[in-house]
Design a protein around this ligand. Sequence first.
Ligand code: UD1
Length: 445
Amino acid sequence: MSLFVVKKSGPLNGEISLSGAKNAVLPELCAGLLTEEECVIKGVPPLNDVFVLIDILRKTGADVKYDEISQEARIKAAYTGGDVSNEHEAVKMRASFLIMGPLLARNGSARLPLPGGCPIGSRPVDLHLKGFESLGAKIKQEHGTAEAKGAKLKGGYIYLDFPSVGATENIIMAASITEGVTVIENAAVEPEIMDLINFLNKMGASVFCLGNGTIKITGVKRLHGTEHTVIPDRIEAGTFMAAAAVTSGDIIIKNAVYGHIKPAAAKLAECGMTVDELEEGLRVYSTGKRKAFNIKTMPFPGFPTDMQAIFMSIMTIAKGTSIVTETVFENRFLQAGELKRMGADIKTEGRVAVVEGVKKLTGSHVNAPDLRAGAALIISALAAEGQTEIGDIYHIERGYSRIDEKLRAIGADIKKIEEETEERDKKDRNDLGNTVSIPEKKETE
Ligand code: UD1
């Protein structure tokens, strides 16, 4: 098992850069299926989610090249007729359902495994499917798959019961090459969706955000290839902001966009941090002791659910009582149990968590329960006395590229202990005739 080993650190100090936004890259890779011409996407971070999606895109028949060094992906989808209805990875990775809209519009039909539930909630895809129905597609769900058929789709009117990010993206993509005008009301308007819209419009689409959650798409006959650089990852920015907060640090987050992280900046101001907008990004620094604050997660421009766990880590050591209300997912306090192992005082009931700030956290062995809950454990570990060992870090690496290296560069004491290294060392020792029952952990820096 690979681990992050983190010791109490700080105050963090220095400059840190953001990767391209995972949640923008994933739909944009899918949008590459909408044209036969080559699309080039720059700033694609080398994340496990990206690798899994690229594999699935290749199964559709698209030619996808990815260069980890230049972080550039090239998609040329001359053919998209490959069968992906049995892709097990697609069941595990919900974002892969975003190929449904492009495949339906491009091929006249699409059949995909229904994504499974996940620890944070049941996560249905009914809104995606309702959207396709409004474009005239016939939907069939059987044997764990969803099929959408519609050789002659037509623009339609869609009201989303909830501003779902994925449903909004899937419908926009399908409608972009569907004849007629499509209007989505109560659409999600996250910055990643705006970036997808920019990308599609560069491909020749006609998508406009009319304000008040209304998006209008005028279908065009075909899209063409283009080049696009993805926006910086605002959730990664929030993670580094929280790292500065728990260590009373002073950091510059290069290329962070203030407009994308306003709710997080507002909460930091409430808890005794200052966020200054600079030409090169944001300066985040401590201007006092951490004070309790409350969070209610909401669709953008509300406080993002993806930063909820990370900001709960700040609350655990802030003076006073903080309250978190999670309105987006039904079970997104998976971090609480692990934080309690580190000495945090958290009570959860349904969608509400009450966090009583404690004087100190203590290092423990904890496991990342999911991506953002895992990131929260890193943040808390930076403030915890002694050493914290974080297991199951594959969850964290689904969404963060080189988080240990980046944090180390601003003074964090964090090391990654690699599974492969352990296994190789064990094998080497066995090859030399040594019997080793417990592999010695090797640190990689
Ligand atoms: C995206 C993000 C994820 C983020 C979430 C909310 C990507 C790849 N992932 O996920 O990091 O946490 O937005 O900001 O961009 N819902 C339905 N029916 C549907 C679709 C959604 O009931 O058809 C519900 C979900 O169960 C959930 C809520 O709507 O409770 C929000 O989900 P949604 O916005 O769709 O999230 P994702 O697109 O899956």
